[in-house]
Design a protein around this ligand. Structure first.
Ligand code: Z5A
Ligand code: MG
Length: 216
């Protein structure tokens, strides 16, 4: 008997990336409400996930309460994604869309900005699930520094954020959606809604999961 069911039907993995204070968290919660309003099964995630044991070590490091070697903290950020990988896969296969505030790209961009080898940073992410969309909220580091909440944690320094911006430029590929994050918050939201919805519909129709680092 012919079936309309596509075994590749699943939730979408949508990642938000960008410099500190570009608006990722604000836009994640807006996207969550938008997709929930359309009755989609959706969750908002973030990395680092500070709720796990590994995440607590990262949080303490970011708050300057502990010191760690640069490679060690990089490994912890990566481990924090690996410890959520199987849950991520089961959520997606079960039809839930995940809006993820920072992912492997942050891992590579921030650690390589410190001088760690780009290839080494990327290698640790191989085998994690590849996003269906990477939404890069583009903002000049100087503009981000004027926003509320800037400067509280390690890495929230203008000179360092300039280096991170350069690393993101090396990392990004043609599949990334680049959104001007200096626009009013509602205008950014309008653009993200359209991209996210298209992505959710594509994955619902059926799209195989793939792994980093593959081109979408
Ligand atoms: N990190 C890493 O090194 N390696 C890794 O693997 C990972 C992360 C995953 C903590 O991340 C640090 O960890 C981060 C990278 C590193 N360090 N830095 N920098 P986090 O995700 O916990 O923190 P964050 O994202 O960097 O900071 P944030 O303050 O949460 O920024 P945001 O989420 O992008 O922005 P926001 O909270 O939505 O907005 C910031 C302010 O701007 C707020 O007052 C908003 O009202 C305002 N805003 C937002 N949008 C606009 C617009 N469009 N116009 C005007 N004002 C706006
Ligand atoms: Mg945030």
């Amino acid at each position: 008997m012919e079936s309309n069911y596509d075994s590749n039907s699943r939730g979408a993995l949508i990642v938000l990336e960008g410099l500190d204070c570009c608006g990722k968290t604000s836009q994640s919660s807006r996207l969550l409400s938008f997709l929930e309003g359309l009755r989609h099964s959706v969750e908002s995630w973030r990395f680092p996930d500070r709720n796990t044991g590994v995440g607590q070590m990262i949080s303490s490091y970011l708050a300057n309460k502990s010191q760690l070697d640069d490679h060690t903290i990089h490994l912890l950020f990566s481990a924090n994604r690996w410890e959520k990988r199987s849950l991520m896969e089961s959520k997606l296969r079960g039809g839930t869309t995940l809006i993820v505030d920072r992912y492997s790209y942050s891992g590579v961009a921030f650690s390589s900005a410190k001088g760690l080898d780009f290839g080494w940073c990327k290698a640790l992410e191989m085998g994690l699930l590849a996003p269906d969309a990477v939404l890069y909220l583009d903002i000049p580091p100087e503009k981000a520094a004027e926003r509320g909440g800037y400067g509280g944690e390690r890495y929230e320094q203008l000179e360092f954020q300039r280096k991170v911006a350069k690393s993101y430029q090396i990392l990004r590929d043609a599949s990334w959606k680049i959104i001007d994050a200096c626009l009013p918050i509602e205008d950014v939201e309008t653009q993200l809604r359209k991209i996210a919805l298209d992505c959710v519909m594509t994955c619902q129709k059926g799209k195989p999961l793939s792994q980093l680092w593959s081109v979408n």
